[in-house]
Ligand binder design. Structure first.
Ligand SMILES: Nc1ncnc2c1ncn2[C@@H]1O[C@H](COP(=O)(O)OP(=O)(O)OP(=O)(O)O)[C@@H](O)[C@H]1O
Length: 764
């Protein structure tokens, strides 16, 4: 690039920075004066607010005066907060105002327009944009095309402009480091620079190098269901985080980060991505795992954890049952079962008081089924509650006459009596009435627990109901069609009952349990959530997705997945897409395929794509590195020695190296062995730990969604990964590597690697 262009651009940059600095200083002044205002209001608070509380009008005056002060305060504080946020943005812009310039001509205009694109918009006077936010409609032309005609979406429909110049900048601390013109969409050089850098324990934003297909995902506002299928490392997670930032920008004022929810594979991953949105100047959305969601819904039940679930599903026998319980047919069966509860079979519990039956379950059942067929489960329950509360009220009179109440009245202290009068607000005329009043208060208080039980539907018996439902499933659908014989189903029910008695449930059962409960109680779902994202959707069952759709009825769904990385649902995940599309209107469903893989070097991607035998197309990004290495050691000690040497070599070049084992058991063993030979490492045992730099040892199911400079797969032997069932798991492990991949096995290498041609790796 000619030097004079750099000089010219630096001059422009300087002029923009100068203006930013002026705006900063204006804002600082504004903040200072608002701060002073706030302080003054506080100082005057006592003087201005007249405490005239002895009369009614005095009280009103005081209240109004306080209200005025509060309004003034909150208005100033809002202003201050807004200005502080704006100042924060300007501070960032001052150091790195923009990353691209586009010159273009619009329609029949006779002159070119120049825009600069950065992390946020900046105007020095109204409507005079010196920098456009990367999310503004016009900024799309940077991501959508090269030179020539490029179309983009505006609020008024599609627009086409003729792009004349596309210039990219790398600016650091207000200085242009590099500037180059490109004819491509987003220059490979810039992407190469971005991808060549070292990994971090935190994911970074990708706004300067968003790819065209990713831009479509980011800016989609029409789809009810946006399904992004993409190879490992194709930027699904990256795109979706920028999408959240985009939505928050696009619907500012109508959408806040609390209305967006992201379901992520594990807590470690949440931690890994939690800097991206703040870096983009936005607040993080709500983030949780499905496990956390179901545990939160079932506080008194222990839901099976990720690690238990992973160990469990390795048993082949359970797989078929799990597949069935994860299917839409089962979801429909639960719905049908709940529906029939409108006419019969609802299970109830006695309402107890003081160890005795107060309202028997037969009575509750009579009330519940006493309403006509026009009632649905929701209003049937609420009408039943009303009736039960009325009965409870009537029972107060009966209970008041009992001996224990009389004694309780006699034992009341002066303070207690006064307190009761305060609460009861009743004028007392004679001693009989006084006794009745106190007795009633005592009984009402004693009944409070029963009252709460009624309000909270505790007279329903969800555990019994759930088991009753399981027993009824063979009558609702044909289990044989799902390859399950009656005996297996029976045994599974017994196991579930056993677990329930201990207060535990498997994740699949927990989902059906909550769903059934929600249907029984007529829960309508959380209407506040507007966007729901699921990362690693291939590990969800169709049942879970249908349940989430039911639980968040107004949310638009964005689902990200790689069917090749289904570590929980295996082949079944291929059915998922079909099942999903039946849940959303076809015209509002969009499927985007990402085929280019950005994370790893070309050598690593070429290696990993051969691990897949029936995979989708994967195109490696042209970033060069060394061939993956496979090392098969004769015994454990030699293998550990190899891991030690490799890890040390990796560390001398990169900051993080991850050793990924199959389960926690292998990881623990290795951690002990490494410690014996003097290697310091961090074992990630649970998802609640943090990622750290250095050598970390992670079980495969916790490595989902993460990436590391270098990865050592341990132990890739036949004993550990004996057959085809682990193919997708091995793929997930190997695709975590950015720059270097080493595979270490003892005795005999897993047959899974047989599909990889010898030229794609180095065998040691
Ligand atoms: N347009 C881009 N510009 C720069 N970096 C990118 C871009 N797209 C993706 N990347 C980088 O590629 C890596 C992989 O991206 P990401 O983790 O989003 O992929 P993924 O599809 O979610 O992968 P997986 O399914 O394997 O978890 C990340 O380091 C991300 O920052």
């Amino acid at each position: 690039m000619a030097d004079n262009i750099k000089t010219q651009e630096q001059r422009h940059l300087n002029s923009v920075i100068k203006k930013i600095k002026i705006s900063e200083s204006d804002l600082e002044k504004k903040i200072k004066s608002t701060k002073k205002d706030v302080k003054d209001i506080y100082a005057n608070f006592n003087n201005d607010v007249h405490l005239k509380t002895s009369t009614y009008s005095g009280m009103m005056e005081t209240a109004m005066s306080i209200r005025q002060q509060q309004q003034m305060l909150s208005e100033r504080e809002n202003r201050q907060e807004y200005a502080a946020r704006e100042l924060g943005t300007l501070n960032k812009l001052e150091k790195n105002p923009y990353f691209a310039r586009i010159d273009f001509r619009e329609g029949t205009e006779d002159h070119d327009e120049t825009i600069y694109i950065g992390m946020a918009s900046y105007t020095d006077k109204p409507d005079h944009y010196l920098i456009y936010d990367w999310r503004a409609p016009i900024s799309s032309i940077y991501y959508n095309g090269g030179i020539g005609n490029v179309t983009y979406q505006t609020p008024d429909g599609e627009q086409t402009v003729d792009v004349k110049l596309k210039r990219q900048f790398q600016i650091e601390n207000s200085k242009i480091k590099t500037v180059f013109d490109t004819e491509e969409v987003v220059g490979d050089q810039m992407l190469l620079d971005a991808l060549g850098s070292h990994s971090d324990t935190k994911m970074k934003s990708i706004v300067t190098t968003i790819q065209k297909e990713q831009n479509q995902i980011i800016r989609d506002t029409n789809s009810e269901l946006l399904f992004v299928q993409g190879a490992a490392g194709s930027g699904k997670t990256a795109a979706v985080l920028q999408r959240v930032a985009y939505l928050l920008y696009q619907y500012r004022g109508n959408l806040n980060s609390g209305q967006i929810i992201l379901f992520s594979p594990n807590q470690l991953f949440n931690d890994y991505i939690n800097q991206v949105l703040p870096e983009l100047g936005e607040q993080n959305m709500v983030q949780m795992t499905f496990y956390q969601y179901s545990s939160h819904r079932l506080p008194s039940v222990k839901v099976e954890t990720l690690s238990q679930r992973f160990d469990d599903q390795l048993e082949e026998k359970k797989q078929q049952l799990n597949d069935f319980k994860g299917g839409l047919d089962y979801f429909k069966a639960v719905s049908a079962y709940a529906n029939h509860l409108n006419t019969e079979d609802m299970r109830f519990r006695n309402l107890m008081f003081d160890g005795k039956v107060l309202i028997p379950k037969e009575k509750i059942q009579e009330i519940y089924y006493g309403f006509n067929e026009n009632y649905n489960l929701r209003n049937r329950l609420s009408a039943t509650k009303d009736q039960l509360l009325k009965i409870l009220n009537r029972r107060v009179h009966v209970e008041m006459k009992k001996k224990w109440v009389e004694e309780a009245v006699q034992n009341l202290s002066r303070e207690e009596i006064m307190q009761m009068h305060k609460e009861g607000e009743e004028e007392i005329l004679n001693s009989d009435k006084e006794f009745n009043f106190l007795a009633r208060r005592i009984v009402i208080k004693a009944f409070r627990r029963v009252q709460r039980q009624i309000v909270r539907s505790h007279f329903l018996s969800i555990n019994n109901q759930f088991v009753h439902m399981l027993r009824n499933v063979p009558q609702i659908l044909d289990l044989a069609q799902h390859g399950i014989d009656p005996e297996t189903w029976k045994q599974d029910i017994n196991a579930t009952v056993g677990r329930l008695k201990e207060g535990r449930l498997s994740l699949a059962d927990a989902t059906a349990y909550i769903y059934l409960y929600d249907l029984m109680t007529g829960k309508r779902g959380d209407k506040d959530i507007r966007y729901l994202f699921i990362d690693e959707v291939q590990d969800y069952s169709a049942f879970q997705l249908a349940f989430l759709k039911f639980s968040f009825p107004r949310a638009k769904f964005t689902l990200l997945g790689d069917l090749n990385q289904a570590i929980f649902t295996h082949e079944n995940s291929r059915k998922l897409l079909g099942e999903l599309s039946s849940m959303f209107p076809a015209e509002k469903t969009r499927v985007v395929q990402l085929t280019k893989s950005y994370r790893s070097t070309e050598q690593i991607t070429n290696f990993t794509k051969h691990i897949l035998t029936n995979g989708e197309e994967i195109i490696p990004f042209n970033r060069q590195g060394e061939l993956p290495q496979i090392y098969v050691a004769p015994g454990m000690d030699a293998a550990v020695e190899q891991v030690k040497n490799q890890a040390e070599e990796n560390l001398s070049e990169h900051e993080t190296t991850a050793i990924i084992g199959k389960t926690l058991k292998e990881c623990k063993q290795l951690a002990t062995k490494l410690a014996e030979v003097g290697v310091k490492s961090t074992l990630i045992r649970t998802e609640n730990q943090r990622l750290v730099k250095g050598i970390i040892i992670v079980p495969s199911y916790l490595a989902k969604g993460l990436e590391f400079d270098s990865v050592i797969m341990w132990d890739a032997s036949k004993a550990c990964y004996p057959d085809e069932r682990d193919r997708q798991l091995v793929y997930t492990i190997c695709t975590r590597a950015m720059h270097r991949l080493t595979i270490v096995a003892t005795k005999e290498l897993s047959p899974i690697f047989k599909t990889v041609p010898e030229k794609e790796y180095q065998f040691i």
